[in-house]
Design a protein around this ligand. Structure first.
Ligand code: NAI
Length: 406
């Protein structure tokens, strides 16, 4: 009898390279549906899917998961995971993956380009020439070389930008709440206030947290160096936009580049409004910092690889709602038992007693717990009796269980 292959259901036109990345770890049938299908079709298709790949439009909620009897994992081929009910998925033993860092380079490149464009005062010259004007002047135009760049948040994007800006000859300074190793000659600053007072360009690369909300207050914006530049290509709630507009119009700041806003249109049919729209020397972009073909491809590979590694190895590293276990490839002669379970005392003992009664040797075992959820990966040697996996499924505390063979 032909073996039934696991099935990946990919929606919303995730990158074509995802298919090969899924199949690199083992045989899997890939079915694609363009766009985000309506609910009736989704309910039908999800019933036989082993893994589901979505972008930001498909809502994966508890009622949908109730139809997903065979579903092992969800991959968000994007950064955010708000479209998935993460708790409901975890409660069903379904890890959810995303690709948070696949567009790092794209953002860093846009920031670097923005620094050059702002310091040359390109936006105002460009607006003028489109209207028939000819602002042929060197006034206020500068090279970026030897200027001080202040990076707020020295994580993936901040650190990548640091390398690019150093190559342009900028003096890079950074501030982070965590200790971070400097790249090249970059200098760590001991406070945000010192960084913004000293730097010619300040660029934000922090996540949205309670601590970063409105971190660029009116007071901070007006304590930036006169004639300096502010860039926010991170999150829309980091900057007091009205204060930024006032600082630009008063001439305190020489320019800004903003890609993210407190309120953003939900689609291209909605109009965008901002007090920054009538400010000269401001680059406004519609939240496209990470939107490149290369980033889409990298997201496709990253998310698909995480799904395949879960399906064929039980790996949960980088899952957003699951304890992290990275068991590696399965050695020959062994089968791998993966069991998401309730995090209560005695589960591992019950599991190992069952394996012993089945005559199987526990050759390797990993357990991680997080909140209410536990995840156990056990490599077994020996012939397992018929009905073994059903016995694991009925064990007190098991959420779901499956056996993976090499
Ligand atoms: P990351 O997590 O690698 O780095 C963030 C850094 O900020 C960390 O080093 C962290 O310690 C630091 N940090 C956190 N709170 C801080 C605070 N209060 N003060 C100073 N440092 C603080 O994140 P990554 O990937 O570098 O992304 C940075 C930002 O860029 C995020 O907000 C992300 O959402 C945004 N982003 C925007 C995109 C766009 O399309 N415009 C695309 C991708 C990311």
């Amino acid at each position: 009898m032909a073996k039934i292959l696991p099935r990946a259901l990919l929606l919303e036109n995730v990158h074509a390279d995802a298919d090969a990345a899924l199949q690199a770890f083992g045989p899997i049938e890939v079915k694609r549906l363009s766009g985000s299908p309506d609910r009736a079709l989704l309910d039908e298709e999800i019933a036989s899917a082993s893994v589901l790949g979505i972008r930001s439009r498909t809502q994966v909620d508890a009622p949908l998961l109730a139809h997903a009897g065979a579903l092992q994992a969800v991959g968000c081929f994007c950064i955010g995971t708000n479209q998935v009910d993460l708790e409901a998925a975890a409660a069903k033993g379904i890890p959810v993956f995303n690709a948070p860092f696949a567009n790092t380079r794209s953002v860093a490149e846009l920031t670097m380009a923005s620094i050059v464009m702002l310091m040359r005062r390109i936006p105002e010259k460009m607006f003028a020439i489109h209207q028939g004007g000819w602002l042929k002047t060197a006034d206020g135009s500068n090279e970026v070389r030897k200027k001080k760049l202040g990076i707020v948040g020295y994580g993936n994007i901040g650190a990548q930008l640091s390398v690019l800006a150093s190559a342009f000859g900028m003096h890079v300074h950074y501030f982070d709440i965590e200790p971070k190793l400097a790249h090249g000659n970059a200098r760590a600053m001991d406070s945000l206030d010192r960084l913004i007072a000293e730097c010619d360009v300040v660029t934000l690369h922090v996540p949205a947290t309670s601590r970063t909300a409105n971190m660029m207050t009116r007071e901070r914006i007006f304590s930036m160096k006169p004639g300096s530049y502010l860039i926010n290509q991170a999150r829309g709630n980091l900057v007091d936009i009205d204060a930024l507009s006032d600082a630009l119009k008063s001439g305190h700041l020489a320019g800004a580049a903003v890609d993210v806003f407190p309120v953003e249109p939900k689609s291209k049919d909605e109009a965008f409004e901002s007090p920054l729209q009538d400010c000269p020397n401001v680059i406004l972009t519609p939240h496209i910092g990470g939107s490149t073909a290369e980033a889409q491809q990298a997201i496709g590979l990253d998310a698909a690889t995480k799904l395949a590694k879960y399906l064929f190895e039980g790996a949960t590293s980088f899952a957003v709602n699951f304890p992290h276990v990275e068991p590696g490839p399965i050695e020959s002669g062994r089968v791998r038992l993966v069991v998401p379970h309730e995090n209560r005392p005695g589960f591992l003992r019950r599991l190992n007693d069952l394996a012993e009664r089945a005559g199987a040797n526990v050759a390797a075992q990993m357990l991680r717990t997080e909140g209410d959820l536990g995840y156990a990966v056990t490599d077994l040697e020996g012939n397992l009796p018929n009905g073994f996996i059903e016995d694991v499924r009925t064990l007190d505390g098991t959420i779901r269980a499956r056996l993976i063979t090499a």
